[in-house]
Design a protein around this ligand. Sequence first.
Ligand SMILES: [Zn+2]
Length: 202
Amino acid sequence: MILSKGNKLNSPVLVLNRFYMAIQIITARRAFVMLCRDAAEVIDREEGQFMNYSFEQWLELSEFQYEAGIIDDDVIKTVRFPVQIPRVIRTTHFDRVPDATVKFSRKNLFVRDKQQCQYCGKKLSFSQMSLDHVVPRSQGGGTSWDNVVCSCFPCNSRKGGRTPKEARMELMRQPEKPRQFPLLDLYQPSVVHPIWEPFIGS
Ligand SMILES: [Zn+2]
């Protein structure tokens, strides 16, 4: 049914929970799957007002805009008419407020540290990243948000089993537990759709 391929379907869509809190960024492809399953609705801004649309209403709106010649090119093509890609959707099926604590994980550390080695500042790919215990485990350092940072392999091996002070290396910033939903940071500031701003802050 959906004919578009590639980029457009991988473009980002912000997901809100029932309480209009931003919880996730997903691909347009996944957003359409959720909409088709009736697990989400579209939130869009019309003349400054936020409106909620069921998927059916959203399709009707796209069809209307297409016929009226006012649809833009942020669309996916279907057999019948292009459908506007929603940039914000809201889950309708989950009552649970997502856990406010950010999971301690490799991926979230990578996001918190802005994909940078915390010693030399080098930009790292996910596979180039190693995790460094600021205070080494051998000296009683824990595996926690405030003692683990992303590091490139050269800095990590240079530092070895020493503290930054002992190794005369300086941390770019003191590690701490990130605020809620650090994944949103990945998209700042390059791909923030204006319609996201009320939901994610600046
Ligand atoms: Zn480094």
